[in-house]
Design a protein around this ligand. Structure first.
Ligand SMILES: [Zn+2]
Length: 210
């Protein structure tokens, strides 16, 4: 049985998180009707948030841009390819949202999404409160670290980590290379390139080290 004090603490924590909904970072400048299949984001006239799997409601919203975790985008792509889901309004692109501990899209996911939609694909890295930490640009040459986030993203020995406000390091469980060169899109902010999940055995060894 869960003690009542613990329930109160959980409710307080949940309440403070509700107030801290993050703003969705659109990868395109033009306004686009956006469906985000992940809770934790603010809604507005253009951005609507849905739970994972609410495909009928998403289709009725007629989104031009679709954002979800990489596994959810893979599920949607397979349904579309199988003719079990139709999203003809999509015409801007797809955004893969990756949180700490989650699998990124990787090349096989990009190939699957392209075969289903033939639309631009943008990957983004999210912090613990869904704040966008890094975002893929229109040149598709890595994920730019966003300058206006209070969390510092670091790449240490190939591992992606985030310096939290209290100083603790959050390990994303991802590997990447930090590119400091100028991007073909014109931005000079550092980029995470070749974002990938390490081999499961490597992750297990890393976890045992803590
Ligand atoms: Zn760029």
């Amino acid at each position: 049985m869960i003690p009542a004090t613990m329930i109160v603490r959980i409710r307080i924590a949940f309440g403070s998180r509700r107030e801290a909904f993050a703003r969705f970072h659109s990868p395109v400048e033009a306004p686009a009707r956006t469906a985000v299949l992940m809770p934790g984001f603010q809604q507005n006239a253009r951005v609507r948030v849905f739970p994972e799997g609410a495909y009928d409601a998403v289709a009725r919203f007629r989104p031009e841009l679709l954002a979800a975790s990489a596994p959810e985008l893979r599920r949607i792509a397979r349904l579309v390819k199988a003719g079990r889901l139709s999203l003809p309004s999509l015409n801007v692109g797809l955004v893969a949202l990756t949180r700490a501990g989650e699998r990124p899209l990787e090349q096989s996911g990009r190939d699957l999404l392209w075969s289903a939609f033939e639309l631009p694909i943008y990957e983004q890295l999210l912090g613990p409160r869904h704040e966008t930490l890094a975002a893929e640009c229109g040149a598709h040459a890595g994920l730019h670290l966003l300058p206006d986030t209070p969390l510092e993203v670091k790449v240490q020995r190939g591992g992606v980590r985030v310096r939290m406000p209290g100083g603790a390091l959050l390990d994303f469980g991802l590997r990447a290379r930090l590119d400091l060169g100028r991007c073909p899109c014109g931005l000079e902010t550092p980029r995470l390139r070749e974002l990938s999940a390490p081999h499961p055995e490597v992750r297990a060894v890393a976890a045992a080290a803590y």
